[in-house]
Write a protein that binds this ligand. Structure first.
Ligand code: ZN
Length: 175
């Protein structure tokens, strides 16, 4: 396993639409998911899409366990999503590709998802609460959409500027 670099805005790759994984969940895909999980834990974050480490495939990892709970990694290959309600709720979201920026996004509170798990088995389940928020946020990454795209143009520009400024400071410190 290895920790990979996480792309941050305004990297144009984050706008790419990811492609389906062909040929099922192979060892190569499992190795990618292992790296993604390690990268996510190190960040730390609760969800990561493959495009965030520059791999444009429809693969997501997630772990919603609380700090005092056992790790509970989840893996989603070629996930499909269907909102189950028109009820929406706001949730303050963040993203490893937009570090240090948090803002409220409204999303449906319940959705059905279908995907292949780590072993390549097809799973169908209903997501609610934080799981519903997180899977919709990660699914958006597969379409090249970031949570800041739901904000006003001004807030979005401010978010990108903040990340760019932090990156420049980091580069200066490293030099
Ligand atoms: Zn994200």
């Amino acid at each position: 396993m290895a920790i990979r670099d996480i792309l941050t805005v305004p990297d144009p790759r984050l706008k790419e639409v990811s492609k389906p994984v062909e040929g099922g969940v192979t060892d190569e895909i499992r190795a990618l998911m292992d790296d993604m999980l390690e990268t996510m834990y190190a960040a730390p974050g609760i969800g990561l899409a493959a495009i965030q480490i520059g791999v444009p495939l429809r693969v997501i990892v997630m772990d919603l366990a609380k700090e005092d709970e056992e790790p509970a990694p989840r893996y989603f290959v070629n996930p499909e999503i269907l909102p189950l309600t028109e009820d929406t709720a706001p949730y303050e979201e963040g993203c490893l590709s937009v570090p240090e920026v948090y803002d409220e996004v409204e999303r449906p509170t319940e959705c059905r998802i279908r995907y292949l798990d780590y072993d390549g088995k097809e799973v169908e389940e209903v997501a609610t609460d934080l799981f519903a928020v997180c899977i919709q946020h990660e699914m958006d990454h597969l379409e090249g959409t970031l949570f800041i795209d739901y904000l006003s143009r001004l807030k979005r520009q401010r978010a990108v500027d903040k990340v760019k400024k932090a990156q420049r400071a980091k580069a200066r410190d490293a030099a």
